[in-house]
Design a protein around this ligand. Sequence first.
Ligand SMILES: C[S@@+](CC[C@H](N)C(=O)[O-])C[C@H]1O[C@@H](n2cnc3c(N)ncnc32)[C@H](O)[C@@H]1O
Length: 286
Amino acid sequence: MAAESFGAYHQQNRRAWDRLVDNKSRFAKAADDDEFENPLRTVDGKLNWLPQGVCGRELLCLAAGGGRQSALYAAAGANVTVVDISPKMLELDRLVATERKLKIKTVEASMDSLSMFPDAMFDIIIQPVSTCYVPRILPVFLEAARVCKPGGTYISQHKTPTSLQTNVEGKRGGFSIEQPYYRPQQEPLPAAPKSRLREEGTVEFLHRWEEIVGGICRSGFVVEDLIEPNHARQDAAEGEFGHRCQFVAPYVRIKACRSSVIGHSGQDQDDQASNQAGGLWIPGSS
Ligand SMILES: C[S@@+](CC[C@H](N)C(=O)[O-])C[C@H]1O[C@@H](n2cnc3c(N)ncnc32)[C@H](O)[C@@H]1O
């Protein structure tokens, strides 16, 4: 996709992530040798959310450039396509693919506009933390649902709304909620000091729980599992990431299955999402 066709927020995040690559951010690091020992275990961990493995599966790494996820899933045998808005993040994927002799297809695009892919192209979609960079989350889920095969798996990780609301530094050993939960539509969060929780130069948006979990369901997925990866460390000193995580879960990871029932009309109903369960198929309802 031509860079000029991205909106202003997307452009800003694209430039910010290119810079994060130049500055060797921890999120722009390729997988290392140890992680390639058992690549699927590295990415799927103890969760075992992909019990059949990924061998021969069409797998989309969505907004997942950087040479980590794409390379590990390809090493585990998947036919990997990685989409990212940052050309430099994608360059890392191509570098690792060459080094490790892996086949990885890279596509520069925004996660909310995947028109280059036909319907039902992928068996599995993996999306690391990234929905915080788009003002509207529902189009991302609708596109994921469109390109996912019925019965396919969508695993996504998100910053929790509480973490985005809460200050980073902490005061007197505790943390305070500083950002409203109900915000004007598409209003970015104020720029935050550089930290492990906020990537420098990016523009981020808070998506409420009903927009994250409800949005996944409304787009045509059935949520099968949900975890809050635990980064709390009891021995962490104040100011450390592990200390803040004792108070606030930074991330949520969600496993969803593409239903064969279409759950959403495709219209933009972001602002009317609450209280609109009518017409949705709910697991166990019949
Ligand atoms: C936290 S990184 C995820 C991948 C990283 N390799 C990791 O290990 O977690 C977030 C990614 O989202 C990408 N991104 C930001 N906005 C995007 C958008 N609108 N569409 C697609 N990718 C986007 C960034 O370029 C970045 O590569």
